[in-house]
Design a protein around this ligand. Sequence first.
Ligand SMILES: N[C@@H](CCC(=O)N[C@@H](CS)C(=O)NCC(=O)O)C(=O)O
Length: 230
Amino acid sequence: MITLVTFPEFFGSPSASPFCIKAEYLLNLSKLPWERQETNDPRKFPKGKLPAIVVGQHVIGDSDNIRTYIEEKDINLEQGLSAVEKGNARAFIRMTEEHMYFHQALDRWENPETWAIIRDTYFAQIPKLLRGVITSGLRKTFLKGTKAQGLGRLTPKERMARLEPDLQAISVRLTQTPFLFGDHPTAADASVGAMLFAMRCTPTETLLKQRVHSDAILSSYVDRVHAALG
Ligand SMILES: N[C@@H](CCC(=O)N[C@@H](CS)C(=O)NCC(=O)O)C(=O)O
């Protein structure tokens, strides 16, 4: 049996991490049996991050490695895609995970109003006396990383302008077919659907949340991917 180790549910989405949601979607797409184990502490998992799967004695961290594990079992997560579509799918996954992810995470961790809610709900299990110190350390480290990455230097409005072409690229595909590469979900939908879901479940009305929530194409896509793979 595969055990998926994941951050817990977050404001109506299956996990606080879009990568954990993606892993859940990939496992469901694979139809392999699996069970869920929740933790808030990723420190003892590979690279100190989640998701990870535990299979017997093996611990496999990173959603991309989880995908490889599934594909090594001769399970096709891109059924029906041509070589060119597979190349395009890879580019969509990279756009989502290496660019859109930072927008999604900044939307939660930077905005003081949103952050206060997350600190006092998501991190509520940390005793109140310690919570402020621990969580502000986590936040400081995260924001420092986004300054180095670059997006952390932009205002929320500038970030929205930077993100818009990515959202358009997704939308334009979805005007053709219900999923990114056809009538059925594939690995790219697991990444993109999970990231948009994460953007849509931010607990305050940020520009980013409103953008995804009010977009009929994107929002119905989030629901469709979740209905198929959640
Ligand atoms: N490339 C990794 C990214 C995973 C990742 O960034 N996980 C974050 C949550 S979204 C994490 O575990 N962060 C914990 C930490 O940095 O302490 C994947 O695809 O699984």
